[in-house]
Design a protein around this ligand. Structure first.
Ligand SMILES: Nc1ncnc2c1ncn2[C@@H]1O[C@H](COP(=O)(O)OP(=O)(O)OP(=O)(O)O)[C@@H](O)[C@H]1O
Ligand SMILES: [Mg+2]
Length: 271
């Protein structure tokens, strides 16, 4: 089988007849894969531009999901090839995220409970910080909108005409500001172009800078949110990202967490 793409959690194979098999790496929980399958279907049913998910299979190769194969390349790579279209691609991408956020389930579990239990498993944080962040999470608004959970530029595919969304493993019902906060955080990750030469790194940062500004501007215009509402989610989003153990990120995330704890006066000094 030809490999169509690879990500952190899976390898995607062409299986013919316009379909691919997304075969997950062995460290992935079955429940996360089921979550991806469920939300890929939900999004498609609600008219979101995303490949049809057909079946979840388990055999001697592992666990996988059959999807329709999409044409095109990921948006991260597309930006460099379409420098004159960065702004309009960012507007389309933001509008796609906004349409995902129009889907809701009022009976869904409270995202704050799920975030707090995931927080307990973050081994890079001490118990004091975990306690402060858990209390802070409770002060944030509830929300029951469909959130993609990981909509960085590599989880959009662009065929030269339309953008599609893939990779629903982190999807949940929650607050849209948290979903946008994760996108904003990931856009400034030190892992981006970390191993590139200095010249390439400057170009990538410049392209992403243009894209990010247009993306946030469009999203805020479409929603009636302001930037402070998004920033309010920076702390929990950074804390949970730590658990993903992405190279080059640990010190960066710890410094964001420290700044946010200070800025929000969460740490009460004892005399
Ligand atoms: N349905 C599809 N049709 C065509 N190509 C696809 C499809 N799904 C995934 N790909 C390709 O495979 C790559 C990885 O896919 P995907 O994002 O689903 O994997 P992942 O391991 O979950 O990613 P991540 O690193 O974000 O966790 C994509 O960037 C894309 O190039
Ligand atoms: Mg992906």
């Amino acid at each position: 089988m030809d490999i169509v793409g690879t990500g952190r959690t899976a390898t995607i194979y062409d299986v013919g007849n316009g379909k691919v098999l997304k075969l997950f790496k062995s460290f992935c929980d079955k429940s996360s894969i089921e979550n991806e399958f469920r939300f890929a279907k939900t999004a498609k049913e609600h008219g979101i531009q995303t490949p049809e998910a057909y079946s979840l299979v388990e055999d001697d190769r592992g666990v996988g999901i059959y999807y329709d194969r999409l044409e095109g390349i990921d948006l991260g790579a597309s930006l460099g090839k379409n420098v004159f279209r960065i702004k309009s691609l960012a507007q389309n991408a933001a509008s796609l995220l906004w349409s995902i956020h129009q889907i809701e389930d009022k009976s869904a579990n409270d995202w704050r409970k799920a975030f707090s239990s995931r927080l307990e498993t973050v081994k890079q944080l001490n118990d004091v910080d975990k306690g402060l962040i858990a209390d802070y999470i409770q002060s944030l608004p509830k929300g029951c909108k469909l959130c993609h959970g990981d909509l960085h530029v590599e989880n959009y595919l662009y065929d030269g005409d339309r953008l599609s969304v893939i990779d629903w493993m982190g999807a949940h019902y929650g607050h849209p500001a948290g979903d946008v906060a994760r996108v904003v955080l990931l856009m400034s990750s030190p892992v981006i172009a970390a191993e590139a030469g200095i010249f390439e790194r400057i170009i990538v940062k410049r392209i992403l800078g243009l894209y990010n500004r247009a993306y946030i501007h469009s999203y805020l215009e479409l929603s009636d949110m302001n930037y402070e509402q998004i920033e309010a989610f920076r702390l929990p989003v950074a804390a949970l990202r730590l658990a993903e153990e992405v190279p080059y990120e640990e010190e960066w995330l710890k410094s964001i967490i420290g700044q946010e704890i200070k800025r929000r006066h969460l740490l009460v000094e004892e005399d």
